[in-house]
Design a protein around this ligand. Structure first.
Ligand code: NAP
Length: 398
């Protein structure tokens, strides 16, 4: 048993090109790899032929390096002219988590796949870290398929921090080598990801890639929930449900910075943490019912969902309820003139730039819940599914 390696892949004609001695061709055909075409080499090639295999064989061949039962003596005749060609071929590949069908954490498989290619207005990012968001495991379980039907296999995740590796056509604001953070369109749990330049911004300089990967989704959601949907003004009273989570921790800081009186809910173990973020009143939901101690607030930002009925009860008439998940009783809301807004996050460069400035000025901080390598993505999802704890889970990739 020995190995030999594909020389390169020609995506234009969908083939993998092998250059090898004619004797080895027999072994390839014996492996039933559907040889597409064989071309004779030049007269002085000493029996070298060029073999084309359909690209569909690519993953199998790449992962196994096309293990063949050729004799060692034949190996010496194997034509691998230039090791750089092999490296160039490997550069087109990357490690990534793939999901092949909806299901539990067993569906998160580490695989070697082709790198995505940036199109117009997009860049390729060498991903250093990816945030693990609740939406990632909800999509993997199929809980969002009525809204977003996935094409399988897909790479999970959306939140990335990394370095621009390649720039597609019509990109005007980003350059190769810049450290960026934001949202990927091809999946975040991978060594490389493509992102639209309008969904990226320069990474805050004062934080690591791991920390930066916790910010795009949580902080943008908080920004839009507090300022755009919640229309929070200085001096108002705002309740933030789920204040220790990946969204809540930013919402508390942004609302407090705006000069609002922030009332936050969390479990006992996170009370001091949430207070340190700027909440003036912190309620341990495991011992105290919010409705017993809070009334007539201007706005509630509910990141929990199961607390929506309570959220309605503590609002003043005509107040605003911003809901991230779930739907409260519309009847009760209507009766009291409460405006219910189902907030949907739109990640964009402008808010990401604002957030980066706040982070670098020391006015906003983030918290990592736990860091996992890509190979332990299943454990990361299991932890996320518990729905408790402070901060965002991160996959450290490079
Ligand atoms: N609609 C959108 O566009 C959008 C965008 C982002 C997120 N989301 C959704 O928003 C939700 C929160 O996201 P996340 O990233 O912040 O989640 P997360 O990081 O998992 O945080 C959840 C937090 O909720 C707290 N919590 C659980 N039960 C609670 C209760 N009864 N009262 C108060 N706090 C409670 C937990 O704190 P303890 O440990 O103290 O219990 C935990 O810190 C998820 O459902 C997510 O899918 C929606």
């Amino acid at each position: 048993m020995t190995l030999f390696t594909c020389k390169y892949i020609d995506h234009l004609v969908n083939v993998m090109v092998y250059s090898l001695h004619v004797d080895l061709l027999v072994n390839i055909q014996r492996k039933d790899l559907s040889v597409k075409s064989v071309m004779g080499g030049p007269p002085d090639s000493g029996g070298e032929v060029i073999v084309l295999l359909p690209i569909a064989c690519f993953q199998t061949c790449y992962q196994s390096s096309l293990v063949m039962d050729v004799e060692t003596s034949s190996m010496s005749r194997l034509i691998v002219k230039n090791i750089e060609e092999k490296n160039a071929m490997e550069k087109q590949m990357m490690q990534a988590i793939q999901v092949y069908e909806y299901g539990d954490v067993d569906q998160l498989k580490l695989a070697v796949v082709a790198r995505p290619e940036p199109q117009g207005g997009e860049v390729l990012v060498r991903v250093h870290a990816a945030g693990v968001n609740p939406i990632d495991w909800k999509v993997r379980q199929g809980l969002r398929k009525h809204l977003l039907a996935m094409q399988f296999p897909y790479i999970p995740g959306m939140e990335i921090a990394g370095v621009v590796e390649e720039v597609g056509p019509d990109v005007t604001t980003l350059q190769i080598g810049q450290a960026v953070y934001g949202r990927s369109t091809t999946g975040a749990y991978a060594e490389y990801a493509v992102a639209a330049e309008k969904m990226l911004a320069l990474k805050p300089q004062s934080v690591s890639f791991d920390e930066a990967a916790t910010i795009p989704v949580g902080a943008t959601t908080a920004w839009q929930g507090v300022f755009e949907s919640g229309k929070l003004e200085t001096g108002q009273r705002m309740v933030i449900q789920g204040a220790a989570g990946g969204v809540g921790l930013f919402a508390v800081q942004l609302a407090s910075r705006k000069g609002a009186h922030v009332i936050a809910t969390t479990s006992g173990v996170n009370v001091n943490y949430v207070r340190s973020l700027g909440a003036e009143t912190v309620i341990d939901y495991t011992t105290t019912s919010l409705v017993d101690v809070v009334h007539d607030v201007d706005c509630v930002f509910d990141t929990v969902g199961s607390t929506l009925e309570t959220s309605l009860q503590v609002l003043k008439p005509n107040g605003i309820l911003v809901a991230l998940s779930g739907q409260p009783s519309t009847e009760q809301a209507k009766e009291r003139g409460i405006q219910v807004i189902a907030s949907r996050t739109q990640i964009g460069s402008e808010i990401l730039e604002n957030l980066a400035h706040l982070i670098d000025e020391g006015q906003l901080k983030t918290t990592i819940k736990k860091i996992f390598p890509l190979s332990q993505t299943s454990q990361a999802h299991e932890l996320g599914q518990q729905g408790h704890g402070r901060g965002r889970i991160v996959l450290h990739i490079a």
